[in-house]
Design a protein around this ligand. Structure first.
Ligand SMILES: Cc1ncc(COP(=O)(O)O)c(C=O)c1O
Length: 378
């Protein structure tokens, strides 16, 4: 293993192991392996955390996004072919959810500083068919401000947050319904608890967060075969439920997520203070400790030197990753997807490099990794 691994999930989960074993034991003893109190309690705790009336644990983040879009379809709020504005530099799951629901993704380049959707980018992409926007809080940074809020209100757009990478991040500006917490800012938001996330399950898991009681009802039914009551199906739904074992594990982790995020912030501060290399652009750093939960610490390496930098770091025992080397619109499955110029997104894909920032990396390690980077020569 590298001296500075990018991520080591066994190490991440070790401090929780006893509590997780107790929680899983509770489920084994309960004899209830689908639904039940554990899932309901997790849903309540998560809704409280997000300052929303509803949280619905589901199978994973992609399903959470899809269920939101399908939910708005069965309610008649969204219709096939409606346009949804999505940042082009997101993980492919954001786009998959839109196309899977029979809606049209309109991909836009992000703002170069925040790497997130901006009001200017959204404005340029709005057409008479735009019905929704999907701000993705990429790398853990909130993609929301007053201008985006005003645009959404003025154009009557549904705001669906892809908060897969950003549990616990806080917007500086008011959300649409009073919550500033990621996934609670817009009409509905999706969380992912994929094991590598800041709050990871031990398997796949996700959640739909919403202020909208009709949407909550529709999502609950759609995730359970479209059933509103036993053996009565109002929709042709899916099986996208959260397992009680994962709910029990996530309840353990939810109690600690603010501490996890605070520790990631400390590592981001160390990188930010110590990184000094002419080819390296550091990620945007606002002094507010809460608008980014640093799911990834992503630098840009200019002049076609990213891969050489990565090789050099590997040789020095530093694990890295790339989020993402190929954008959704250049994936083979989307060879027929229409889109405009996405030059910035394509440039970013050649320049981004993610550094270790999890609990496997101490603050001193982060400073040391920065010093190793500072010594990189072509
Ligand atoms: C931005 C983004 N959206 C959606 C997802 C999908 O989440 P999941 O892997 O739980 O399906 C992910 C996770 O990998 C993600 O990073």
């Amino acid at each position: 293993m590298s001296k500075y691994p990018f991520l080591d999930l066994a190490t991440i989960n070790e401090p929780y192991a006893d509590d997780i074993k107790n929680a899983v034991g509770r489920i084994i003893d309960s004899g209830r392996y689908i639904g039940g109190d554990e899932v309901e309690t997790f849903n309540k705790e998560l809704a409280r955390f997000c300052h929303t009336p509803y949280a619905i644990g589901v199978s994973n983040g992609l399903d959470a996004l899809t269920l939101i879009l399908e939910g708005y379809k069965v309610l008649g709020t969204l219709n096939p072919g409606d346009e949804v504005i999505v940042p082009a530099n997101t993980y492919i799951a954001s786009v998959l959810a839109v196309t899977r629901a029979g809606l049209t993704p309109v991909l836009v380049d992000p703002d170069e500083t925040t790497m997130n959707l901006s009001a200017a980018g959204i404005s340029r992409a709005i057409t008479s068919r735009t019905r929704a926007i999907m701000p993705v809080h990429l790398y853990g940074r909130i993609a929301w401000d007053n201008e985006i809020c005003e645009l959404a209100l003025r154009h009557n757009l549904i705001v669906i947050e892809d908060a897969a990478q950003s549990i616990g991040a806080q917007a500086a500006d008011n959300g649409l319904f009073g919550s500033r917490t990621a996934a609670g800012i817009g009409h509905a938001g999706a969380l992912s608890f994929y094991p590598t996330k800041n709050m990871g399950a031990l398997g796949d898991a996700g959640a739909v967060i919403t202020h909208d009681d009709k949407l909550a009802e529709a999502v609950r039914a759609l995730a359970n075969y479209g059933s509103d009551k036993r053996y009565h199906n109002i929709y042709a739904g899916y099986n996208c439920r959260l397992d009680p074992i994962q709910a029990a594990i996530l309840r353990v982790k939810l109690h600690d997520i603010h501490n996890v995020n605070a520790r990631r912030f400390e590592r981001a501060v160390a990188y930010n203070n110590e990184l000094k290399h002419p080819l390296v652009t550091k990620p945007h750093f606002s002094k507010a400790a809460t608008d980014c939960v640093w799911h990834q610490y992503v630098i840009r390496v200019s002049g076609n030197n990213r891969d050489a930098m990565r090789q050099y770091l590997t040789s020095q025992g530093v694990g890295t990753d790339i989020h993402y080397a190929t954008p959704p619109h250049l994936q083979p499955c989307y060879s027929n997807l229409s889109h405009g110029d996405l030059n910035l997104t394509e440039t970013l894909c050649n320049e981004v490099l993610s550094l270790p920032i999890s609990d496997c990396t101490s603050v001193a390690d982060a400073a040391h990794i920065a010093h190793i980077i500072n010594k990189f020569s072509i």
